[in-house]
Design a protein around this ligand. Structure first.
Ligand code: SAM
Length: 280
């Protein structure tokens, strides 16, 4: 009979956050797959657990994944941990879960510490609807495309960032969302120097350009106010309509094409075309 894969979240700072169920799963697993075996060994020593460890990280996951899957198919139970927080969330693990699912192996995720959710909860930003954006790419093109795709995002956005890249990321966020956009910088969560800085992108940029940031950060950025989004999409639609009419398209075709391109209801674009005509 095949074994199982357990995703075991570990503390993001405070060792007291390891749950009884996580401890038992680590004790009972046949082996532990860890992002950095040295980091996990420290945690296991703290918990008084002795267990066989294999490494599973970004640069060996392709071939290590196969080995882990084979061991589980052979009947062993694997507990996957990352350096801190929930495995598979901006951490190695996503691929292993996919591989196990494809091989028909049962996967069990134990709930526990996750920097994104901890930050969102204390951010003071709207929590009803949010999106997790992880790390922005350092490659210019994909970074630009990622930010561009969020320009009209109305949900609260959660980003991870390393301290030495924080100022550059705040500069880009301020450029795309404007300096007045509220942000909560959640720093050193669950640790001695935990802090939440509730401010604006412009002020955060000023602060961390002058003083180098220390510790780990989650950035929780307010979404675009819905009213602003509506105005922006109406402005875009009006501009596109004018362009298409100028190119000689009939009103009907220009409305159809604009609605399709901007993913807007046809009647909204039609009303806009009529009001543009009237204002001419
Ligand atoms: N899988 C982990 C999770 O979801 O909790 C996140 C791993 S990701 C590689 C590391 C990022 O999580 C850091 O760069 C930082 O943005 C955030 N992070 C982790 N621990 C944190 C803490 N104690 N306080 C604030 N941010 C933290």
């Amino acid at each position: 009979m095949a074994g199982m894969l357990y995703l075991v979240p570990t503390p993001i700072g405070n060792l007291g956050d390891i749950s009884q169920r996580c401890r038992e799963t680590l004790e009972q697993a046949d082996f532990i797959a860890a992002e950095d075996t040295r980091v996990t060994l420290k945690l296991l020593n703290h918990l008084g657990i002795k267990k066989s460890l294999v490494s599973y990280y970004e640069h060996n996951k392709a071939f290590k994944g196969d080995q882990i899957v084979q061991r589980i198919l052979g009947g062993e139970t694997c507990a996957l941990v990352s350096d801190a927080g929930s495995p598979a969330i901006s951490d190695p693990g996503e691929d292993l879960v996919k591989q196990c699912a494809q091989a028909g192996i049962a996967v069990c995720a134990i709930p526990g510490p996750c920097a994104a959710i901890t930050a969102l909860s204390i951010s003071g930003q709207a929590t009803g609807r949010f999106c997790f954006e992880g790390f922005l790419s350092t490659a210019k093109k994909s970074r630009r495309e990622h930010l561009e795709s969020l320009r009209q995002e109305t949900r609260t956005m959660i980003f991870y960032e390393a301290p030495h890249k924080l100022a550059a990321t705040l500069a880009d966020l301020a450029a795309y969302f404007g300096p007045e956009r509220p942000i909560s910088l959640c720093r050193e969560l669950t640790k001695l120097h935990e802090e939440v800085i509730r401010t604006t992108l412009g002020q955060a940029l000023e602060r961390f350009t002058q003083t180098a940031p220390k510790g780990e950060f989650v950035l929780v950025v307010a979404g675009t106010p819905a009213a602003e989004k509506e105005t922006a999409s109406q402005d875009d639609a009006a501009a596109r309509l004018a362009q298409l009419l100028e190119q000689g398209l009939s009103k009907k075709d220009a409305v159809r094409q604009t609605a399709k391109e901007l993913d807007l209801p046809k009647n909204v674009v039609y009303d806009l075309a009529v009001s543009l005509e009237e204002s001419e």
